[in-house]
Design a protein around this ligand. Structure first.
Ligand code: PLP
Ligand SMILES: N[C@@H](CCOP(=O)(O)O)C(=O)O
Length: 461
C-alpha cells in the first residue's frame, strides 16, 4: 500500500514512512493511493468479534507491508488492554432508532485514545527497528494533546511537545497535559486559538531545516495512521446493528474533520453507511461550506464544546481531494486561496461532498438544553461535544439506525455539564487527585521562532 499527498507533488511513501512523516513535504496530507475494500461476507463475519479482532481485519490491508501480522496483533492488544470497558467502544440505546457509541473509555477519556494508544505502539515498534529518535509536535484544542502525552510518556525514542491555546481548554484537559511527570512530554500554552497552534505546527513541518534537524513527527490527524485507527469503530458499531445486511447512519461531532473522515474511509471500504452527518457548534464553517460551497473562516467563537472551536479544519483537505477526483493541483490551488481568506468549492465537488456528507449546526443554548433533556429522557449524561452530535442526529433520524459518536466523557467538561444539569460529573478514581498534582507548562507567544527555540532548548539532544 502506497500513500500519496493530497497536493500531488510530495514523494509517495509506504505506511511506516507516512506515519513518521506527518505532513507531506508539499504541505499536503497523506492518503492511501487506493482504499482497499472488504467484501460483504468479510464485513458480515465481523459481527460479534472482539474489538481487537475487528481492528486487525480492518487495518491489516493498510499496514501489511509494514508489520508482520503477529506483531501488529500484539500492538493492537497492548493498545486497548488499558481501556475501562470490555467492548472498548460500547453502544448505548438513546431512542427507538438512535444509539450512542461511547468512545471515552480509554485512559484520557476521549475518542483520541483509540488512535493514540495504537500509534504509540506503532511508533515504538518502528523507531526501535530503525534505531531512530523523533520529536513529536502536536496542536490540541484539549483532547489530542493529553491522549498523545499519555501514549508517549516515558518513551526513550520520542520527545513530545503539545501546543494548546492558553485559557481555551477545560481545566481537566489542561491538567491532563500539565501534570505528567515524565521528562519527555512538554505542554506549551500558546497565546491564541487552536487554529494558531495548528498553523504553527504546519509551519514547523514546512520549515525543512528545523524539521530535518529535530526529526519532526506529528500525531495530529495530519497523520493518516490516526485516521486509520478511527475507522475501526465504525465497523464494530455498524456490524453490531445489522450491517452489512442493512445500512447505518452516523452523526459525528466535528472540528478538525478527522473522525468523520474515518467514517468516509469505512464507507469506501464497503461498509454500508447511508449518511455521514457533520455536527458543528457555533464554529460552523463546515456546515456553511456543505450548505453554500463557500469555505470562509470566521473569527473563532469560544464555546462550551471547546475542543470543536476550530475554523481551519485540517482533514477537510482529504475529503476535498476525493471530491476533486484526486486532482492534487486543484487542492494546492484551493489551499493557496485559503491562505488568502477562503475558497469556493466547485459545483461538481460540492455535489460529490453532499453525496457523502450532510450537516447541522447547534447553538450554545441548544447544546445545554440537549444535555439536560437527554439526561431527563434517558439517564445519559453527555459531554457538550456529544450533545452537539445528539442534537443534530435527533433532527435527522431516519428509517436506518442512527449512531452518534460520544467523543468525550462528561467529567472532562464539568462546568458545562453542571450548568446544564446541576450535576458535577466525577472523574474516575484513578484521576481523582488530578487537581492536587503539580503543573508544568511553558507559556509562549504565537510566534514560530519562539516556539522552535523552546523546543530546541527542551528536547533531549
Ligand atoms: C471531544 C471532542 N469531540 C469532537 C471533536 C472533533 O473531532 P474531529 O476534530 O476529528 O472532527 C474533538 C476534537 O477534535 C473532540 O476533542
Ligand atoms: N479536538 C482536537 C483538535 C485536534 O485534533 P486532531 O484530531 O486533528 O489531532 C483536540 O482535542 O486537540
Amino acid at each position: 500500500m502506497r500513500y500519496i499527498s493530497t497536493r500531488g507533488t510530495a514523494p509517495t511513501l509506504g505506511f511506516e514512512d507516512t506515519m513518521l512523516a506527518g505532513l507531506a513535504r508539499d504541505g499536503g496530507l497523506y492518503v492511501p493511493e487506493a482504499v482497499p475494500t472488504l467484501s460483504h461476507s468479510d464485513i458480515a463475519a465481523m459481527a460479534g468479534l472482539p474489538y481487537e479482532e475487528v481492528a486487525l481485519r480492518v487495518m491489516r490491508p493498510f499496514v501489511s507491508e509494514a508489520f508482520h501480522e503477529d506483531d501488529f496483533a500484539a500492538m493492537i492488544a497492548r493498545a486497548y488492554a488499558g481501556f475501562g470497558h470490555d467492548a472498548r467502544a460500547p453502544l448505548v440505546q438513546l431512542g427507538p432508532n438512535h444509539h450512542l457509541l461511547e468512545l471515552f473509555h480509554g485512559p484520557t477519556l476521549a475518542f483520541k485514545d483509540f488512535a493514540m494508544q495504537l500509534i504509540g505502539q506503532m511508533f515504538e515498534h518502528t523507531l526501535t527497528k530503525r534505531g531512530d529518535r523523533v520529536t513529536i509536535v502536536g496542536a490540541t484544542s484539549g483532547d489530542t494533546g493529553s491522549a498523545a502525552m499519555e501514549a508517549f510518556r516515558g518513551l526513550d525514542a520520542v520527545d513530545v511537545f503539545i501546543l494548546y491555546p492558553h485559557g481555551r481548554v477545560s481545566e481537566v484537559q489542561r491538567r491532563q497535559m500539565t501534570t505528567p511527570t515524565e521528562a519527555n512530554v512538554h505542554a506549551m500554552a500558546v497565546t491564541g486559538h487552536f487554529d494558531d497552534c495548528q498553523a504553527r505546527v504546519k509551519d514547523m513541518f514546512n520549515h525543512f531545516d528545523f524539521r530535518d534537524r529535530v526529526g519532526l513527527a506529528g500525531v495530529n490527524s495530519i497523520n493518516f495512521a490516526r485516521v486509520l485507527a478511527q475507522v475501526v469503530y465504525y465497523f464494530t458499531a455498524a456490524t453490531a446493528l445489522g450491517a452489512p445486511h442493512r445500512p447505518i447512519s452516523f452523526t459525528v461531532p466535528t472540528g478538525n474533520f478527522g473522525d468523520i473522515f474515518a467514517g468516509h474511509i469505512a464507507k469506501r471500504m464497503g461498509l454500508p453507511i447511508e449518511r455521514l452527518i457533520v455536527a458543528t457548534n457555533q464554529n460552523d464553517i463546515l456546515h456553511r461550506c456543505l450548505t453554500t460551497g463557500a469555505y470562509q473562516p470566521d473569527a473563532v467563537s469560544p464555546s462550551i464544546s471547546p475542543s470543536m472551536d476550530i475554523q481551519v479544519s485540517s482533514n477537510f483537505e482529504r475529503a476535498l481531494h476525493l471530491a476533486y477526483g484526486g486532482d492534487g493541483a486543484a487542492i494546492a490551488q484551493l489551499m493557496d486561496e485559503l491562505k488568502a481568506g477562503g475558497f469556493t468549492v466547485s459545483q461538481g465537488a460540492l455535489q460529490a461532498l453532499r453525496e457523502i456528507y450532510a450537516s447541522g449546526r447547534v447553538s450554545e443554548e441548544e447544546t445545554s438544553a440537549t444535555i439536560q433533556d437527554t439526561l431527563a429522557r434517558t439517564g445519559e449524561l453527555l459531554c457538550p461535544h456529544t450533545a452537539v452530535g445528539v442534537r443534530v442526529a435527533e433532527a435527522q433520524v431516519g428509517p436506518e439506525p442512527m449512531v452518534t459518536l460520544a467523543t468525550a466523557h462528561p467529567a472532562k467538561f464539568p462546568d458545562a455539564v453542571e450548568a446544564a444539569t446541576g450535576i458535577r460529573p466525577a472523574l474516575p478514581p484513578r484521576m481523582a487527585d488530578l487537581f492536587e498534582r503539580n503543573e508544568r507548562v511553558a507559556r509562549v507567544d504565537n510566534d514560530l521562532s519562539a516556539i522552535e527555540a523552546l523546543i530546541d532548548e527542551r528536547r533531549a539532544a
